[in-house]
Structure formats: C-alpha cells, structure tokens
Design a protein around this ligand. Sequence first.
Ligand code: ADP
Ligand code: MG
Length: 311
Amino acid sequence: MRIVAKDLTYTYNPKSPFATQALKGADLVIEEGEFFGIIGHTGSGKSTFVQHLNALIRLTGGSLTVGDYDLSDKKCKFLELRSKVGMVFQYPEYQLFAETVEKDVMFGLKNFCKDMSEEEKQKAVREAIETVDLDYEDVKDRSPFELSGGQKRRAAIAGVIVTKPEVLILDEPAAGLDPLGKQEIMQLLHSIHGGWCKTVIIVSHDMDEIAENCTRAAVFSEGKVVMEGAPAEIFRRSDELIALGLDIPVTAKCARILKERGIEIDTDFTCDDFISKVLALYARSGGVSKADTGVARVENTDAQGGAGDAQ
Ligand code: ADP
Ligand code: MG
C-alpha cells in the first residue's frame, strides 16, 4: 500500500488556549516495500503524523491515502484499515495487561477477526509469538511481566503483528533497550519485512539505526517534512541536520573529521561501507605494509565514535 500525505495539518485542543499546532502542512510519500525512517527533534510532529496513518488520529486538514483507503472519506473502512496498518507505540510493553502472554496477543486479534474460528485464532497467536522469536510453549502461560525487557517489547509487538499488517509502524521500537535487545528488534523487523509485512516505518532518534536499516527517511521539523531521501543523501547534509539540533550517525561524524583533514570519504554511512572505504584509502596511501595494525586502529576509532587517529 502506497502512502500519500499532502499538506497534513493537525492541531491538538483547537479553539482552546492550549491549542498546539502539531502538523503544519506535512507532505510525504512512502512507497510500498520501503523500510522507512522518520526522524526529527522532540515535538516535531512525528508521532502525530504516524498516528494519522491508521486513523488513530482522524484527518482534519490536508489529504491522506493509504493504498485504496482515502482517509478523508467519512465512509472509509477504518477498522479494516487498522488491521492492515499495525501501530506499535513507544514503550508498548507498558500496555501489556493480560494474565498470560497468549491472552495478551489474542487481545490484539479480537477486534479484527470476528469471523475467524477459535482454532485459526490460536494458530495466528502461536505464529505471532514465534515470529517475534519467543518460545511459544515456554511463554504462553506466563505473565508478560515475568519476561525480560527485550522479551516484553517483542511480546507487545506480537500483539500487533498477529493480524499480519501490510504496513507496520513502530514509534521508537528500540528505545531504552540494551544493544542486544536493539539488535534483536531490528533483526525481527527485517525478517518480517518483504513478506506479509510489505512496508516497515520506524520513528527513531537513533541516526545509526536509520543509516543501517532504512531504504529512505524523512526529517520532520516544526510539523513539516524538511528533508527526505535515502539515508546516504540525508546524512550527506550533516550541516543542516546539526543546524536543526539533530544528531548524525557515528560514520558521518568520522567523515566530517576526516574531511577537516582533507580526506573525503564517499560513503552511504553504513558502518561496513564506511570502514571498507577508509581501508581502501589506507591501502592506496601506502599503508598496506602496516595493514594489520592499521585495520585494528580504524575499527577501534570508529567503534568509539571518534576518528582522532585515523589518517
Ligand atoms: P514528536 O513525536 O516528534 O515528539 P508529537 O507529534 O508528539 O512530536 O508532538 C507535536 C506537538 O504536538 C508537540 O508540540 C507536542 O507537545 C504536541 N502534542 C502531542 N501530543 C499532544 C496531546 N495529546 N495533546 C496536546 N498536545 C500534544
Ligand atoms: Mg513522538
């Protein structure tokens, strides 16, 4: 399902002294099949925007279509839309509530699958739990509160993907997890992307995550989309991102330091690409004979988020 948003505007608490204009004319097209990133500082309208995509927030200004669903049409089948556009909120584990993991995931299904048999529902729940890489037999009768942080997050995601949404939106899916938990979530998203889940959209403030995982991304600022493109194009404009008060990936930080020293690295800002370009440059500059120590030094400096010694 292709997503086309034109001139979206949205105001919280309109006609009150507390009115906040969260979207001020946001334009964005997300193609089917993308692994799309949404970035921007706090309060730039990211969450308000994504909540429009499955009509959790009703359209009040501008136009929005998601596949064949026209969200400006009052007769739009909103419930059907919601079964196809899954939304994982920030810290979704706070919304786990049932006595068992199985019941929690089943709850995600109940609204949407009134005509499924009990057996089909059971099967869907089992599949969702296994998809998020939890051991069904082990967790089904356990309280979700007994699980580890990363497992809780994945159980909450199971409750959304149980309907096999074509579009899956996740607001800061890896926030607050340890590095392994983050990695597991990103692996999970890649493993479902391209199958029944055609499009993945993540909101993230982690620029490395965007550089490593996304096909394209959009930068929100003050309720508008101010930049969009492949991560390589966006992070090439690091001056503008910094001016907007945003972070940049560690690879972009290294590239900037090298550039100050007269070394230009033409990279897509993934770690693998950046390191291989630096190593190629190192080899060309006659560092081959010291390749072993050279390799170790480049990798170390990158992992520490600075490039002080790389020459
Ligand atoms: P982001 O996700 O980029 O941090 P949001 O979409 O949450 O941005 O918020 C955009 C603006 O709308 C901010 O100024 C925020 O304070 C305001 N806002 C968000 N949610 C609400 C709400 N429920 N009620 C009132 N104002 C809100
Ligand atoms: Mg938000």
